[in-house]
Write a protein that binds this ligand. Structure first.
Ligand SMILES: Cc1cc2nc3c(=O)[nH]c(=O)nc-3n(C[C@H](O)[C@H](O)[C@H](O)COP(=O)(O)OP(=O)(O)OC[C@H]3O[C@@H](n4cnc5c(N)ncnc54)[C@H](O)[C@@H]3O)c2cc1C
Length: 307
């Protein structure tokens, strides 16, 4: 484990926003994670936060391999892209729809990340975790079921004392043609994201969760009856928050250095040295207008960590 002191988080986080961290503990292996927990406990650090993708900037070791029973196992700090590349190299398919999704494996499992119909819960068999106790820690394996996955949610969101160390994934074996087709899908997904998502700016991806719950979908349709067809045909029963935020008039809204661009209204981009408070102000404005319009609050997908 490498220890850094007084680190401006804006330098390492994907969003390029953030204050200073007193300590940054760079864990590139499972043993590093244990060492980091001991450091936190020894120094009686009250407030700590696990960073997924930001740690990419530090030196990275590769810890990803096939188990004897054909599962892919990978350290939580590896990226989803590492997992996809490894799967292609071993003629395994099923993750290609996630092409271009920026995430570590740990972060993706915690948030049950997904795109275009594939979520972590579909491919994850089990995880190895460490649970932080008062003055020590313990490790164990948890099955997919024990992870309690639902839309962008898992037990790890409810219990921050649980840290994902490794994921074990089951993917389908593909013929040569199937693997070639999967690689093509992977490339198309990256192209799609470049075209329709404002990835030219730092962001945290979608800020709000799409609306899925039937009673809420119906509430929105009762206010905007003209979207009923879109809900059925284009959004698979959900309501797209990108569409809603745009229709509520937020495209182009800018507060400080944070902006909603025309490309995708559910992204709040850091266009010019944005502060967390700039982002928060736009979020508050959207929440207010949404609630005034539909009578309930949308759920955040992004996490706001304020000091
Ligand atoms: C351009 C862009 C596009 C995106 N598109 C999508 C998309 O299509 N679908 C989607 O689902 N998401 C998407 N996202 C959101 C983001 O990629 C996911 O939420 C991702 O899974 C976060 O992973 P991370 O490694 O960056 O975690 P971080 O953002 O660093 O952390 C997220 C949370 O996970 C916790 N965490 C991290 N590692 C662990 C661990 N090992 N154990 C326990 N907790 C941990 C952190 O403490 C934090 O609470 C997008 C984001 C961006 C910037």
């Amino acid at each position: 484990m490498v220890t850094h002191n007084n680190v401006p988080l804006s330098r390492i986080l994907y969003y390029k926003i953030g204050g200073k961290a007193r300590w940054l503990l760079d864990a590139t292996t499972v043993d590093d994670v244990f060492e980091a927990i001991s450091f936190i406990q020894r120094n009686k650090i009250q407030r700590y936060f696990i960073i997924g993708l930001g740690t990419n900037l530090a030196s990275r070791k590769t810890d990803i391999h096939l188990t004897s029973d054909g599962l892919i196992t990978a350290f939580a700090g590896q990226t989803l892209d590492d997992l996809m590349q490894f799967s292609f190299e071993h003629d395994l398919i099923g993750l290609e729809n996630l092409g271009g999704l920026p995430s570590t494996i740990g972060g993706a499992i915690r948030g049950n990340a997904g795109a275009f119909g594939v979520e972590m819960e579909d491919v994850l068999v089990k995880v190895s975790v460490v649970e932080i106790l008062r003055d020590s820690y313990t490790t164990r394996e948890m099955t997919n079921e024990e992870c309690q996955f639902s839309y962008r949610n898992s037990i790890f969101k409810q219990n921050p004392k649980l840290i994902v160390l490794k994921g074990f994934f089951h993917l389908e074996s593909g013929t040569r043609d199937e693997v070639l087709a999967a690689k093509q899908v992977y490339k198309e997904m990256i192209k799609y994201r470049k075209r329709y998502h404002p990835i030219e700016y730092p962001s945290c991806g979608s800020v709000f969760k799409n609306i899925r719950e039937k009673k809420y979908v119906e509430k929105i349709i009762s206010v905007w009856p003209d979207i009923e067809g879109k809900v059925k045909n284009d959004w698979h029963g959900k309501v797209s928050m990108g569409y809603v935020i745009k229709r509520l008039g937020f495209s182009g809204t800018q507060v400080g250095g944070a902006k909603i661009t025309d490309k995708h209204a559910n992204y709040i981009c850091n266009v010019d040295h944005a502060k967390a408070s700039d982002v928060k102000m736009i979020i508050d404005e959207i929440e207010k207008k949404f609630k005034d319009t539909f009578g309930f609050s949308p759920e955040l997908e992004a996490e706001i960590v304020m000091h």
